[in-house]
Design a protein around this ligand. Sequence first.
Ligand SMILES: Nc1nc2c(ncn2[C@@H]2O[C@H](COP(=O)(O)OP(=O)(O)OP(=O)(O)O)[C@@H](O)[C@H]2O)c(=O)[nH]1
Length: 352
Amino acid sequence: MSPPVIPVVLLTGFLGSGKTTLLNHLLGSARGTRIGVIVNDFGQINVDAMAVAGQVDSMISLGNGCLCCVADTSDIDEMLGKLAGAKLDVIVIEASGLADPQAMVRKLLASKDDRVRYGGLVTVLDSVEFTRTHTEHPELAKALKIADLLVLNKTDLADPAALIDTVRTYNGEAPIVPVSHGRIDPELLFDRAPQLPVARQLSFDDLNDDHSDHAHAVYDTVTFTSTEPMHPVLLMDFLDNRPAGLYRMKGFVYFGLPGHTDRFGIQTVGNYLRFHRSPWPRGSTPETQLVLIGKDIDSTAVDWLEACQQTGPVEVDDMLWVTRYLDSVDDFSVDALHEPAQQRPEAEEDQA
Ligand SMILES: Nc1nc2c(ncn2[C@@H]2O[C@H](COP(=O)(O)OP(=O)(O)OP(=O)(O)O)[C@@H](O)[C@H]2O)c(=O)[nH]1
């Protein structure tokens, strides 16, 4: 008997909407379902791949690439083929927040590997940023229109009720699931139910509708790395006055605070800012690694970050500017910084 065909679910959504958070939730609640993952991070630092590593049995990371730019379907088939050989129940592809979902769906549908089949498109929406991003980036409507499941995320921060009607105007059929922290019921995706209520037949128009304006073209990605510690007050000043054009920032910060050795994961989305404290991976050299994504990001942003490096000793109270944005209440006092952070799986990095 030939093995069951593996559904390939595409996870998309604008920058910072919560794709990695949702993926981590799925991986954490898989209950025996074998999930393969293709992470399609954008930018030179593979922050998302670092976050999911450790939870996933079968993972392929594209590093500094983009699945919708992969030249031909055989490259996709090669990746899917590697995972298909690993006896999986489902493959989830996390698209870059900048990806063109139509181009990716087209390539998945064109796959010649008969061990896999396109299993549907999940689009994650940020309840807080939805109105702003969809006004500024009308091209995002594509990912709503062809979605099979719409996840209205961050409902802990904004009431989704008013948004549901708006979202409905883009897509009259797909279920809309309001959640916080990407906590969707995995049964919506996996068989023991696999596939999405799903993978409806997409029309020729759905797949070809103005695909010429490849969404990436309008965004910049800027990276900053440094082994010099950052000064908390100077970095917070940067974050309070973010450079023009910056939409999203993520990565890790190294503060050279005497007596403590933890790294600070950082996430910004629009005006949102959050730090997460965790130990540096064993054997790694502490360094700041930041990816800045946006539109026409002010060219002085990197110079400004360089100027945030420490030139002298840092007082422990300087960290108060940072600790109020930590995601764990236990960490709010600066004294707590002297206790090493709990060793947690890297995959929890992005979860609340
Ligand atoms: N309060 C709150 N924060 C959330 C929720 N979902 C995600 N976040 C936070 O939002 C930030 C961005 O989440 P990610 O999961 O990294 O978003 P993403 O879509 O993978 O981001 P990109 O890969 O940059 O496109 C992180 O700090 C998450 O912890 C949520 O439902 N509520």
